[in-house]
Design a protein around this ligand. Structure first.
Ligand code: NAI
Length: 245
């Protein structure tokens, strides 16, 4: 057991749930956040505890500063100071520019980009004191390539890449490594909701010819969280089956 504390935002389902599971398997005590489904979050906590680690879930909207500050205080009380932060929580509100409302733009920016700023700021002090920490931001391949109908989402994920690189430079002298992971198409609730014809068109652009499972992302996150990757910072690692070569 490594006894370090990892926080996975949006860890109650999808990719985040799997990241939490893999990190628990590596011996981290894991905190997850959930938005509304407490029952599901508690079920995930039980699943994580099966790995013999401590786990806890916290209700928090990561786009609201007071809730994030409170979240980090609660985690510190219950599990200890956060050593690994995985900024995974994210939403989509897809539409073509002409039909995209201001609200669709703002809410995606608030969760995907401002949320990562708030959580990073809230954990940074503890990591600086320890002179060690790992921050992994879940961006997206569309933050690198762009995508029609996802102006808000791709801008938020591109913003996350700029934030990652700036934080890597700013926090390196305190031993904090900051990297981004840019997944392509991963099977989750988020992608299940896409129309079949959209999925078929996407598949044609993936040289490896298949959609990945969450575990592939989780294994990469676990590597970036570990000491095995200590000389890597400020990088954007694409995990997309070759979608963007
Ligand atoms: P999902 O929709 O299954 O899970 C998203 C999680 O974020 C949920 O647990 C949700 O409760 C949480 N969340 C949403 N708004 C929140 C808020 N305001 N405060 C706290 N938590 C909030 O999505 P999925 O597919 O698991 O995606 C996880 C991350 O991976 C997201 O950042 C997404 O943009 C990114 N991603 C996903 C890809 C995919 O193909 N599924 C591809 C590339 C990136």
């Amino acid at each position: 057991m490594n006894g370090k504390v990892a926080l996975v935002t949006g860890g109650s389902r999808g990719i985040g749930r799997n990241i939490a599971k893999v990190l628990a398997g590596e011996g981290y005590n894991v905190a997850i956040t959930y938005n509304s489904n407490e029952e599901l979050a508690k079920e995930v906590v039980k699943e994580l505890e099966h790995s013999g680690v401590k786990a806890a879930c916290f209700k928090a909207n990561i786009s609201i500063k007071d809730q994030v500050d409170n979240l980090i205080r609660e985690i510190e009380k219950e599990l200890g100071s956060v050593c690994v932060l995985v900024n995974n929580a994210g939403i989509t509100k897809d539409n073509l520019l002409i039909r995209m409302s201001e609200d669709d733009w703002d809410s995606v920016m608030d969760v995907n980009l401002k949320g990562a700023f708030l959580t990073t700021k809230a954990v940074a002090r503890g990591m600086m004191k320890k002179r060690y920490g790992k921050i992994i931001n879940i961006s997206s391949v569309v933050g690198v390539m762009g995508n029609a109908g996802q102006g808000n989402y791709s801008a938020s994920k591109a913003g996350l890449i700029g934030f990652t690189k700036s934080m890597a430079r700013e926090l390196a002298s305190r031993g904090i490594r900051v990297n981004a992971v840019a997944p392509g198409f991963i099977r989750t609730d988020m992608t299940d909701s896409l129309k079949e014809e959209v999925k078929e068109a996407m598949l044609l652009n993936i040289p490896l010819g298949y959609f990945a499972e969450s575990e592939e992302v989780s294994n990469l996150v676990a590597f970036l969280a570990s000491e095995k990757s200590d000389y890597i910072t400020g990088q954007v690692i694409q995990i997309d089956g070759g979608m963007n070569i």
